[in-house]
Design a protein around this ligand. Structure first.
Ligand SMILES: Cc1cc2nc3c(=O)[nH]c(=O)nc-3n(C[C@H](O)[C@H](O)[C@H](O)COP(=O)(O)OP(=O)(O)OC[C@H]3O[C@@H](n4cnc5c(N)ncnc54)[C@H](O)[C@@H]3O)c2cc1C
Length: 361
């Protein structure tokens, strides 16, 4: 049986362990405790949706959907909750999304803003509204824990509080991993799933990593009546994307609202993850105008990292015996079980679409 070391125990490393554990001896090395709040995967919720303007991602999300159901069956937990999604904004931003759904044979419904406001009184709507039912929330913390639980049942060993200092490929099928504590592990293959730490460790290990920008984002939870009944929502602002898009969804912590990709660039090892009151005030002002169903006096902000590639496409590739899962650009969670499967394919020697390759951007 092959021996695979996964570095990083966020959702992507845990999903990779889930896919690999039935076929390999898997060790996952994670520098912090399970469910820690310094990376990208913590918190109670993430948006799941099939809808993208790009048919490539519609297809990937459609492939991820049954794999979430598989994880639910294997873990005995509810992880994906499809309450639908409403996208709204300028016609030229919403129509390509509706067209991509239609081309994939997936349902979508255009509504007048007044009709949408009647159906979802907690929200206010911009000029063009699209409802699509194959969307909703992933219970995020629960999902990562479920990947861990099922992978561990297949024999994966999760070691927390272990930071990897270096990964040195030694030929096509042998890699040496050295931890901060000086332990040396020799593996047949390594999977690097280190989120916002990729610009350091991955760049030191393999060639061709695109320029990655790590930003600290700040979503806000608001109290609301029956938050789990809410659809997820995306609000495109400005015809060209000149204004940051807003998103939100209901979760067990209330209704989460945030702006997509507006946070400052940081170094994952140096930022103290402090909440920025000015950024919080902007989300509260947005919610006062566009999300009348929340109680803005009860706003609670948190921080989370995006790792952005120049074109927001992921990096999923293999160099020698090192597989890289990186650059999820603020939209990767919904695909996590599929990313796990693709990681196992890469470890087994299969190739993936060139769009995700190292050295192409
Ligand atoms: C505010 C916010 C909202 C989002 N909303 C959505 C959404 O609605 N829908 C969606 O699909 N996606 C969303 N995303 C994106 C999604 O959450 C991420 O793409 C995903 O969580 C990335 O997971 P990861 O495993 O790559 O990174 P991480 O969760 O950061 O995991 C990487 C792990 O590697 C560990 N690590 C790093 N270096 C080392 C080392 N040297 N040794 C040992 N361990 C190491 C870190 O401690 C960390 O735990 C959102 C992200 C944010 C920040």
């Amino acid at each position: 049986m092959r021996n695979v070391v996964v570095v990083g125990g966020g959702v992507m490393g845990s999903a990779a362990a889930w896919s690999l554990a039935p076929y390999a001896q898997v060790s996952v090395l994670e520098q912090f405790e399970p469910g820690h709040g310094r990376g990208s995967s913590h918190g109670s919720s993430r948006i799941f949706r099939l809808a993208y303007p790009d048919p490539f991602y519609v297809e990937l999300a459609a492939r991820a959907l049954p794999l979430w159901r598989e994880l639910e069956q294997e873990s005995g937990q509810e992880i994906l909750d499809l309450t639908g999604a409403v996208d709204h904004g300028p016609r030229e931003r919403v129509e390509p999304i509706e067209a991509a759904l239609r081309a994939a044979g997936r349902p979508g419904e255009i509504l007048a803003p007044a009709a949408a406001a009647e159906r979802w009184p907690g929200l206010r709507f911009d000029e063009h509204v699209l409802f699509h039912p194959d969307a909703g929330r992933v219970h995020a913390d629960r999902a990562t824990a479920a990947f861990r639980q099922v992978a561990a049942k297949s024999g994966a060993d999760f070691r927390h509080g272990v930071r990897v200092a270096s990964v040195t490929p030694a030929g096509h099928d042998r890699v040496e991993v050295v931890t901060d504590g000086g332990e040396v592990l020799v593996a047949d293959a390594v999977v690097l799933a280190v989120g916002g730490w990729a610009p350091d460790l991955v760049a030191r290990t393999v060639p061709g990593l695109p320029r990655l920008r790590v930003t600290q984002e700040q979503p806000v939870h608001f109290p609301a009546a029956d938050p789990l009944s809410w659809p997820s929502f995306l609000h495109y602002r400005g015809a060209t994307g000149s204004e940051p898009g807003a998103y939100g969804l209901g979760s067990v912590d209330g209704v989460k609202v945030g702006f997509h990709g507006v946070g400052p660039q940081i170094d994952a090892d140096r930022s103290d993850r402090a909440v920025d009151p000015a950024a919080l005030a902007k989300v509260v002002a947005y919610a006062e105008r566009w999300v009348p169903g929340v109680d803005t006096s009860g706003a609670v902000a948190s921080t989370c990292l995006y790792t952005l590639t120049p074109d927001h496409d992921f990096v999923l590739d293999r160099h020698g015996a090192v597989t890289v899962l990186a650059g999820f650009s603020g939209h990767g969670f919904k695909f996590a079980p599929l990313i796990g499967r693709l990681a196992a394919d890469l470890v087994a020697g299969q190739r993936l679409p060139p769009r995700f390759a190292l050295g192409v951007r």
